[in-house]
Design a protein around this ligand. Structure first.
Ligand code: ADP
Length: 453
């Protein structure tokens, strides 16, 4: 279990709170609902508009047809129902009109509702039209001399029906009868088509909005993370400046203590007094100095000094520094570095520090010895270095904390190594670093460095 050697752990305020995500999700649902309702309203209005337009068209058609029917003849026909030769001159052209326009029926009635002409031949001529009861108001309007149209009937399991009515006038301008123009299925195809198109548009818009929301969420998360990183950097840099000041102040007295201890040892030696205790002083001073160096590295603010660096050469040079340690700790090196030069633009001193820290961590993770592999692979834009060990590994839940400063599982660790590594890789070189591993199965540090920034 890693412990923080100071109080510096991620401020909970930096983490995007769950209720913010819930609010975002609620907003997303609200926007989607608003879009769905908006579209539904649009489709409803468009449907209304189209229905009205079709109704008017039907009404106009009825007026046009009514004008072709001789009003003065209606009363005469009524007296001679069944006398087809009187009706034929009207019935024939109306049949053609019905065929040309795709109407389902055209009929002519007396003001009483008695059928005189029925193009579809489904009504009984001479008898009252039974369907007029459905459109009582519209029929009444037609009887009073004004054209009208019925509402749109949607017969279950069937299609839409609508009838346009127009009065027929005789030569005295009296209403002698009326024309009914019925439209169904094909005529109202436009309505069905509109609904289908709108459904497709609606589904597409909803999908697009959902997609936009996902993208927005993605960027909102990135923004929150960037903000978190910024705040962390600010805190760390303030803390770093303070640490650097203190470290600097402590270094000088430490140097004095070490020298004094050396002199004291010589003095005691001259007086014939030998004490092992005196040896501890310079040893512990050195250790304190090492810790201070870590803190100073961490607090460093200077920009990197970038030059062309041969990474293979740098890695081999770093490995040489560990040769003796590898032997002493029973670590077997697996060298998977390429033979040729691999150059990137970087700060060679800081890059060396990265691999020093990673190799040191790997060695410390293998107290009983083991294997340490160093691998370098190249991609067109990026060079990837893996430091793999067969050590103790770490628990998955600890993984995301290991790069935080002052987090360590070691008795004498500072918890600064990986945070310095991350800063050098990510901030100084624009690269990426991650640590993979499992308890008892070793760990692999993967460093990706762009060839150029
Ligand atoms: P320190 O080495 O002083 O503890 P670091 O920042 O270098 O500080 O490492 C933080 C912690 O990450 C270590 O204490 C250790 O628990 C874990 N760690 C780092 N490298 C490895 C590794 N190769 N294998 C297992 N654990 C590791």
């Amino acid at each position: 279990m890693p412990h923080a050697s100071s109080k510096l752990s991620p401020d909970p305020a930096f983490v995007v709170p769950a209720r913010q995500w819930v609010a975002m999700a609620a907003l997303m649902v609200a926007v989607l609902a608003a879009v769905a309702v908006g579209l539904w309203q649009f489709q409803h209005r468009a449907h209304e508009y189209l229905r009205e337009a079709l109704g008017n068209q039907l009404q106009d058609l009825a007026v046009t047809i009514a004008a072709t029917v001789p009003g003065d003849s209606l009363a005469f026909w009524a007296l001679h129902t069944g006398a087809d030769q009187w009706v034929a001159p009207v019935q024939v052209p109306l049949t053609r009109v019905r065929q040309d326009t795709g109407l389902s029926n055209i009929f002519v009635c007396l003001p009483t509702g008695e059928v005189l002409v029925d193009v579809s031949q489904s009504l009984l001529v001479g008898e009252p039209n039974p369907f007029l009861a459905l459109d009582a108001v519209e029929v009444e309007i037609a009887r009073s001399g004004i054209a009208s149209h019925s509402r749109l009937y949607h017969v279950m399991g069937s299609d839409y029906f609508m009838t346009g009515y127009a009065p027929i006038f005789d030569s005295l301008d009296e209403v002698a009868g009326f024309v009914g123009v019925e439209a169904s299925v094909g005529y109202f195809d436009a309505l069905g088509q509109l609904r289908r198109n709108l459904l497709v548009i609606g589904a597409t818009v909803v999908a697009l909005v959902a997609l936009l929301m996902v993208v927005w969420l993605f960027y909102a998360r990135r923004l929150a993370r960037a903000r978190q990183a910024l705040l962390r950097n600010e805190t760390l840099s303030a803390m770093g400046r303070m640490t650097a000041g203190i470290a600097h102040e402590i270094r000088n007295p430490l140097g004095v203590i070490k020298n004094a201890a050396q002199l004291l040892k010589e003095d005691l030696h001259e007086k014939g007094i030998e004490s092992d205790l005196i040896e501890f002083i310079p040893e512990e001073v050195d250790r304190l100095n090492e810790i201070l160096t870590g803190y100073l590295d961490f607090a460093r603010q200077a920009p990197p000094h970038r030059v062309e660096v041969d990474l293979v050469q740098l890695l081999r040079r770093t490995l040489r520094l560990f040769e003796q340690d590898f032997q002493d700790h029973g670590v077997e090196l697996i060298d998977e570095l390429p033979a040729e030069r691999v150059t990137i633009e970087g700060d060679s001193h800081r890059l060396q520090q990265v691999f020093l820290n990673l190799i040191l961590n790997a060695m410390q993770a293998m107290p009983q010895g083991g294997h340490l592999a160093l691998e370098l692979t190249q991609e067109p834009e990026v060079v990837k270095v893996k430091v793999r060990d067969s050590g103790v590994g770490f628990r998955p839940e600890d993984a995301r904390h290991l790069f935080e400063p002052f987090v360590t599982t070691k008795e004498k660790g500072s918890g600064l190594g990986l945070s310095v590594v991350r800063r050098i890789v990510e901030e100084d070189h624009g690269g990426r670093i991650r640590l993979e591993g499992a308890p008892g199965k070793g760990a692999t540090a993967i460093v990706e460095l762009p060839r150029r920034r």
